[in-house]
Design a protein around this ligand. Structure first.
Ligand SMILES: NC(=O)C1=CN([C@@H]2O[C@H](COP(=O)(O)OP(=O)(O)OC[C@H]3O[C@@H](n4cnc5c(N)ncnc54)[C@H](OP(=O)(O)O)[C@@H]3O)[C@@H](O)[C@H]2O)[C@@H](O)CC1
Ligand SMILES: [K+]
Length: 506
């Protein structure tokens, strides 16, 4: 499992460790890790042209010490000063190693092989300052590999917000712990491939991180496995209330997901029974209302529902309920809060904005805050869809889960319907709402990657989600081809097998 910690927690852990270590030891560890990563990104260090963008603080200090190490290995290293101050000891080290301060930033950037962004790290406030903007643009346009130190400068470490412009890195080398902004959009997009350098603070961080990103082995442990004596009812029945005369396809896609989510049977309730049966004859079909359809262990309601009634009926049940799409528009917040059984809401940014009484752009700009706020307000688990899907528990202090397997190819009609069915099925099979949401999102993303790439190009270790292979690959840039929601559903069993193979002892 990858975890991310807030700046205040990282700083507290660093302070506790620094008190026990000689002066400068932590920065030397950070710089050594950074220089090693830079060397790995250069074909050859000797003779390579490296430009350091150096801000006022210790982030610039890291860049300068790493630059000194590269200069000692024969790189030509130039520092571009962008702050009001500079880390003097770091600058001394660079100059002693043969590096220099650039008189012509644009000239050295135009010839650079590698640019090290040390403008700001966890001490940065607001976006990039105006004087840094043209320099950062020149770095990007130079064609050099851009490596961010700790964080891409200009992104907010704790929230993942990006105000104005920020550095777009090919890779980010971060110290001690991931920061939330490295894993959550929009900042995640700026970070490129991630590498974590251990500087020894791990045991000094608090027990509960701010964020958790599951990997294959974590998901494998959570997958429902039928016992020898299981029958379809013991494995769980998921009820799917979806589709309408206008949108029968949503019912078919939600059922397609539900059939691949581990429940023993899928009960479809609604007007699209014929369309569902034509594609999936194994489905149990009932015209409704849900209260009369028979016993289920979890409900999914919402995809393609239009204005079909049923939401109140389902919310009144005593089993876990997943509400998506049109269901979100029709739900009564008081009824959600009053439920004794778990509720999982699965909005995209626009639906989340409607639930919060704000606009979509606001949710997209501060996804982590928005998902926590929604979960608190509704007393429900909330899965906020997006390229970095988030799952928040209603109890404060429980880490938010961030899904690492998303791909831009998933932004296709009907893929959310598949996710609803899949996740509801995991709920029926007995997973908690938080686990069902994070496992559902993980499998769904992985299935989309498999479908988009024809099964290739997906790392079975889960490391592929944040590729760091010495190259420039970033999530979503993994290649692939357009896909349909049906293809995502069809790729789910393969994704499931990939993940299950990572289980300890599998
Ligand atoms: N602590 C440790 O042991 C270790 C820390 N480590 C490293 O230190 C980093 C944190 O260092 P930090 O605290 O000095 O903050 P940092 O991010 O360099 O920026 C601070 C200065 O930048 C300025 N500034 C602010 N906003 C700005 C903006 N928008 N645009 C431009 N400038 C802006 C502002 O100064 P001002 O210019 O206002 O005088 C502010 O004082 C951390 O990310 C990691 O890399 C590692 O070596 C491991 C050990
Ligand atoms: K930086």
């Amino acid at each position: 499992m990858r975890t991310a910690y807030r700046v205040q927690d990282v700083r507290a852990a660093e302070a506790a460790l620094m008190a026990r270590l000689p002066e400068g030891a932590l920065m030397r560890r950070a710089a050594a890790g950074l220089a090693g990563a830079c060397a790995g990104l250069l074909r050859r260090v000797y003779g390579a042209r490296v430009v350091l963008l150096v801000g006022s603080g210790d982030n610039g200090g890291d860049a300068l010490y790493a630059g000194a190490l590269l200069a000692r290995r024969g790189a030509g290293v130039s520092a571009v000063r962008l702050g009001r101050r500079v880390h003097e000891a770091g600058l001394d080290a660079l100059v002693r190693a043969g590096g220099r301060v650039a008189d012509d930033p644009y000239g050295v950037l135009a010839r650079a092989d590698l640019v090290v962004d040390g403008i700001t790290g966890i001490g940065g406030r607001g976006g990039l300052r105006p004087e840094a903007v043209p320099v950062v643009r020149a770095a990007r346009e130079s064609g050099a590999v851009v490596v961010a130190v700790d964080l891409p400068s200009g992104v907010d470490a704790d929230t993942g917000a990006v105000e104005g412009e920020a550095v777009r890195a090919d890779a980010t080398v971060t110290f001690g712990a991931y920061k939330p902004g490295l894993l959550v959009d929009p900042a995640r997009e700026y970070a490129g491939a991630l590498r974590l350098v251990d500087i020894g603070i791990r045991d000094l961080l608090p027990g509960a991180p701010e964020l958790q990103a599951l990997q294959h082995a974590d998901v494998a442990r959570l997958l429902p496995v039928p016992a020898a004596e299981s029958d379809k009812y013991r494995r769980g029945v998921v009820g799917v209330v979806a589709g309408s005369a206008r949108y029968p396809g949503a019912a078919v896609l939600a059922v397609a997901g539900a059939l691949r989510g581990g429940a023993g049977a899928v009960r479809y309730v609604g007007p699209a029974g014929d369309a569902v049966l034509a594609r999936y004859p194994e489905t149990l079909v009932h015209p409704g209302p849900p209260g009369r359809a028979g016993r289920v262990q979890a409900w999914v309601i919402g995809p393609g529902l239009a204005d079909t009634p049923g939401v109140a009926d389902v919310l009144a049940s005593d089993v876990p309920v997943l509400v998506d799409a049109d269901g979100l528009r029709l739900l009564d917040p008081a009824a959600v809060r009053a439920r004794p059984a778990p509720t999982l809401l699965t909005p995209h940014a626009g639906e989340a904005a409607a639930l919060l009484g704000t606009v979509r752009e606001d949710v997209e700009a501060r996804r982590l805050d928005a998902v926590r706020e929604l979960a608190g307000r509704y007393g429900a688990t909330v899965l906020l869809k997006g390229s970095t899907t988030l799952v928040a528990d209603p109890s404060p202090g429980v880490p938010v889960r961030v899904n690492p397997t998303g791909t831009p190819w998933l932004a296709t009609a009907g893929s959310g319907d598949v996710l609803s069915g899949l996740t509801g099925s995991l709920l029926a099979a007995g997973l908690t709402a938080r686990d069902a949401g994070s496992v559902g999102a993980y499998l769904h993303g992985l299935a989309a990657r498999r479908a988009a790439t024809g099964g290739a190009g997906v790392s079975p270790t889960g490391a592929g989600a944040y590729p760091y292979d010495g190259g420039r690959a970033a999530p979503g840039a993994a290649g692939g081809a357009p896909l349909t929601a049906h293809e995502v559903a069809r790729a789910l069993p393969g994704a499931w097998r990939d993940v299950a193979a990572a289980a300890p002892g599998a």
